[in-house]
Design a protein around this ligand. Structure first.
Ligand code: 13P
Length: 299
């Protein structure tokens, strides 16, 4: 099995997380890599299907090539984020060929997102991906519950959403999902939302989110696997730090670095510096400077 699995488990045991930085524009990767080396933080570099379809990461192979050129594996590994079975536009995706391409391109871990499917269909899709990926020694992340925000159309006001608990993951379901799939890491919905990517909302400020920490503890305890938090941008920092103690071992961060990159490109200012500074700000707000050493990595 690729050591991404043991590194995430070590983070879980230490009560810290690996930030997972999305790369929606290929030129962003160099600045993220530099920020990791300069802070000694250990992270995942990741790309989601929607980032090569709707942004400018080009393809999962292009990201893997750029990663091979820039990587310093004392501080990072490569991960494939969201390969949906049913995507944010309600289109069915031929997901297995995408997973096969990622395994061929050298991704050290992959995600299959069956969260828009009924429970049994999500289990079945996740098991198909696990069979392929585990045969190649690659751990798998799956999602249970609805982390909203990527779909077109407005979200209800955040506090309304939180109070309704709409789409939140049930601890008993998480336990059953892990037992029935054997998935390595589980992405859950506990108050987190994705930064918007559709239309005009793409460039608006993401609302601040918070986490249902009791629910998180129950999910972590009952599922027994490291928990993944999507929508890591703009969550109350105290909640994130407490969340890591309670079982969150991977935190996906997209909007926090994408928005400054897009703003810099638009304004003709230094986009590399903007991404570098934003990456360091995220690492610092999570208290993860020097985390590579705590994970037995780094120098
Ligand atoms: P944010 O863009 O809200 O940080 O979410 C990123 C993410 O979860 C990618 O999978």
């Amino acid at each position: 099995m690729s050591d991404s699995k043991s590194i995430v488990e070590k983070a879980r045991a230490a009560g810290i997380a690996l930030p997972a930085f999305n790369i929606p524009y290929l030129p962003m990767m160099a600045s993220v890599v530099r920020a990791l080396k300069d802070t000694g933080a250990f992270a995942l570099i990741q790309v989601a299907r929607l980032e090569w379809e709707k942004f400018e990461s080009k393809s999962l192979e292009a990201i893997a090539e750029e990663y091979a050129r820039l990587k310093d594996e004392r501080y990072m590994r490569l991960h494939l984020d969201h390969v949906p079975v049913l995507d944010e536009d309600d289109r069915t995706v031929d997901y297995l060929p995408i997973i096969r391409r990622a395994l061929a391109a050298g991704y050290a871990s992959v995600m299959v997102d069956g969260s828009r499917l009924p429970f049994a269909d999500n289990v079945a899709a996740t098991r198909r991906v696990l069979e392929l990926a585990h045969a190649a020694g690659v751990p798998v992340e799956a999602e249970l519950g609805a982390v909203l925000g990527h779909e077109a159309g407005p979200l209800p006001p955040y506090e309304e959403l939180f109070a309704s608990g709409k789409g939140f993951t049930e601890p008993a379901d998480a336990e059953r999902f892990v037992a029935e799939t054997g998935v390595d890491w589980l992405s859950v919905s506990i108050g987190n939302i994705h930064g918007a990517i559709a239309g005009a909302a793409r460039s608006q400020k993401k609302p601040e989110a918070r986490l249902d920490l009791e629910r998180l503890s129950a999910i972590a305890r009952q599922s027994g696997v490291p928990i993944v938090l999507h929508g890591g941008t703009g969550i109350k920092p105290d909640n994130l730090r407490e969340g890591m103690k309670r079982g969150i071992a991977k935190i996906n961060i997209g909007t926090a670095t994408r928005a400054p990159y897009e703003a810099a490109i638009k304004d003709g200012t230094d986009a590399d510096a903007a991404v570098y500074a934003a990456t360091i700000a995220e690492i610092d707000s999570l208290g993860l400077r020097g985390s590579a050493r705590r994970l037995g990595q780094g120098v």
